[in-house]
Write a protein that binds this ligand. Structure first.
Ligand SMILES: Cc1cc2nc3c(=O)[nH]c(=O)nc-3n(C[C@H](O)[C@H](O)[C@H](O)COP(=O)(O)OP(=O)(O)OC[C@H]3O[C@@H](n4cnc5c(N)ncnc54)[C@H](O)[C@@H]3O)c2cc1C
Length: 422
């Protein structure tokens, strides 16, 4: 890239105004840095737009888990499975799958759960305080979370998760079928049982991004939209310029928070960031005979049901893709049919809004948070898979701790970008 004389110098440049970029920008600005966030679109219009809105430390689990090996072979072959991996000749997919399989063991699971619950618990407290400072602005509600199952296997899986989370100080209660129905009448009778986690919360995802953006700007931070990064300039071990569609920027601290776009971005940066998209859908409907009052996880179908002020959000499915955001009716219908199987819904439900997003997934299910090995002024905060909303404030705090040389809120080692060469 040609050096430009008209470059704008900023103290700290964050690329990406999703929940992750804005959270770290907010944290750094609060800590005395002068931050500019740039985005190719508007804040929160990427994966942070229509997610299930769960802030649930009880789900602070990485994608790869022990015992998934045979299941993951099945996912390669079945486009109707809640997790689907379309077989295709791709070096990235091959490398990703190798890392995914290698992470499926008890030791890696426990190490991931320990740090992911730490940052998720931090986030829950952060959002609670944000809701106190800005009441009624982003739909924050602490109704707990109910996992429900029709079968013995699903209930056992929920119970194992409850036990694992209890070790991390997250309370949960095992319920039988009658107790589940009494707690949530929107569910059809006849379920085997479930687990209720009373401390979990949910919010409106886009409004949460906006609430953070407002605080960030009120503290003096700046957001520049419709500014797409397309190239970089380098000198020695430093990124000297960031070329965008609206000017060239220079900064001693560049934070990459580009979610699922991090892989193409990393190619430009000549670094390794093996992030694939975990495509999922969310559907907004009001076609409920009895509206649910709690967020519900339907274990067998992996469907997340979230009550909203005037409707309900049904979210689910994970299809591993590289930059493919096409919409598949079959996968959306699986969410609707699965929800109807468990809940009192009207026939032929009316869907008010269809959304799909690509969860930024690393092979081991742990985000990359830390400095680049190759570029001394590049810091990553990417790869938050299914947990971006609930881990954003915690990972921002950890990121700022590392940048500012403070004692980190949790063990930073599992997040180190250099495990992928980055
Ligand atoms: C169906 C579904 C349900 C989910 N449910 C939950 C949930 O309940 N709880 C939870 O915690 N998580 C959930 N998630 C995951 C969560 O949505 C993501 O982890 C999170 O949104 C990722 O945030 P991000 O800021 O990293 O990415 P994004 O929100 O995608 O932000 C990245 C930003 O980078 C910008 N960008 C990219 N390239 C460039 C460029 N070249 N130049 C400038 N800007 C660029 C994009 O425009 C975008 O705004 C869910 C996801 C899905 C799909």
């Amino acid at each position: 890239m040609e050096a430009s004389k008209a470059a704008t110098k900023v103290d700290c440049l964050v690329i990406g105004a999703g929940i992750i970029g804005l959270s770290i920008a907010h944290e750094l600005q609060k800590s005395g840095r002068q931050v500019l966030v740039i985005d190719k679109g508007e804040p929160g219009m990427g994966c942070s737009y229509g997610n299930a809105g769960w802030i649930t430390p009880c789900f602070a689990m990485p994608l790869p888990q022990p015992g998934m090996f045979l299941k993951s072979i099945g996912w390669l072959l079945n486009p109707d499975s809640p997790l689907y991996i379309k077989p295709q000749p791709s070096w990235l997919l091959f490398r990703w799958m190798m890392g995914f399989l290698a992470a499926m063991n008890e030791t890696r699971l426990r190490s991931a759960v320990a740090v992911l619950t730490d940052i998720s618990k931090y986030s829950l407290t952060f959002y609670k305080e944000l809701a106190d400072r800005a009441p009624q602005t982003f739909g924050f509600d602490q109704k707990g979370l109910l996992m429900v199952s029709k079968g013995e296997d699903g209930l056992r899986a929920a119970e194992i998760e409850m036990q694992l989370m209890q070790e991390r100080g997250i309370p949960g209660k095992l319920l039988n079928g009658e107790e589940v129905s009494a707690l949530e009448p929107a569910l059809k009778p006849g379920l085997k049982g479930g687990v209720y986690f009373p401390s979990e919360a949910h919010s409106e995802p886009l409004e949460t991004v906006k609430a953070l953006a407002r605080e960030f700007e009120a503290a003096g931070g700046r957001i520049q939209t419709r500014t797409e990064v397309f190239d970089f300039g380098f000198e020695g071990s430093k990124i000297t310029e960031v070329a965008t569609t609206r000017g060239v920027f220079k900064s001693d601290l560049i934070v990459l928070a580009t979610g699922t776009w991090s892989y193409p971005m990393a190619k430009r940066l000549r670094v390794s960031v093996p992030i694939l998209g975990g495509k999922g859908y969310s559907l907004i409907t009001n076609s409920f005979e009895t509206k649910p009052t709690h967020p519900i996880m339907i274990v067998e179908r992996k469907i997340a049901v979230t009550p909203r002020a005037d409707s309900v959000r049904l979210a689910g499915t994970l299809e591993l893709v590289n930059q493919d955001d096409s919409i598949t009716s079959r996968r959306m219908n699986n969410i609707l049919n699965g929800s109807q199987e468990y809940m009192h819904m009207q026939k032929g439900p009316e869907v008010r809004e269809i959304w799909r997003g690509l969860r930024p997934c690393t092979p081991d299910g742990v985000p990359m948070i830390g400095y680049s090995k190759r570029w001394s002024n590049l810091f990553y905060n990417v790869g938050h898979q299914m947990l971006g909303l609930q881990s954003a404030p915690g990972s921002a705090r950890l990121g700022a701790d590392l940048i500012l040389g403070r004692s980190p809120i949790t063990d930073a080692k599992p997040f180190r970008p250099e495990r992928f060469g980055g």
